[in-house]
Design a protein around this ligand. Structure first.
Ligand code: S3P
Length: 164
């Protein structure tokens, strides 16, 4: 699963795991566990470039995952080599949402999003999303609009497309 922060990649991944009996891996959680630090701590103490290296390292070992849904951090697919590796490993689903939906979903946990610590969070979302959307779309095998849909709706849609 790829897409911007707040599009539901992690919650949808967990729902797919629970309802369809597949494994679930979250790249942010893997990286946090490997460093014994939270994402904001990694950004602060080790820097964003180091975090991006850890994301790329994660992508080196994708062949170990079988029958697994992988929820990726919103910036992971932006690195071409990561995108190539993900495309080889499986089917890429892009979760999309409007700026307002993204904002509403993440506004309570802004301290967990080091890229959106600006004063004007909505403006930052809009700017970064505009830059990234064409890249996300280029790499997606399927695009799922998540606005006004429940987590279960989204995971059902993914599962149906996957099983086609
Ligand atoms: C990032 C998204 C975050 C996390 C980090 C950077 C990004 O993950 O990897 O804060 O560059 O979009 P989520 O998309 O799971 O929030």
């Amino acid at each position: 699963l790829i897409g911007f922060m707040g599009t539901g990649k992690s919650v949808v991944g967990i729902d797919l795991q629970h309802r369809f009996g597949i494994e679930f891996v979250d790249t942010d959680a893997e990286i946090e566990a490997s460093q014994a630090l939270t994402i904001p701590e990694i950004f602060k103490q080790l820097g964003e470039p180091y975090f991006r290296k850890l994301e790329s390292q994660f992508c080196l070992n994708l062949t170990q995952y079988y029958n697994t849904v992988i929820s990726t951090g919103g910036g992971l697919i932006l690195h071409d080599q990561n995108a190539t590796r993900l495309a080889k490993a499986g089917t890429i689903f892009l979760l999309k949402a409007s700026v307002d939906s993204i904002y509403n979903r993440i506004k309570k946990g802004l301290h967990k999003r080091p890229l959106l610590s600006d004063k004007d969070v909505k403006q930052s979302i809009e700017t970064i999303l505009k830059e990234r959307l064409p890249i996300y779309e280029k790499h997606a095998n399927h695009v799922i609009d998540t606005d006004n849909k429940s987590i279960q709706d989204v995971s059902q849609e993914i599962w149906s497309l996957y099983c086609e």
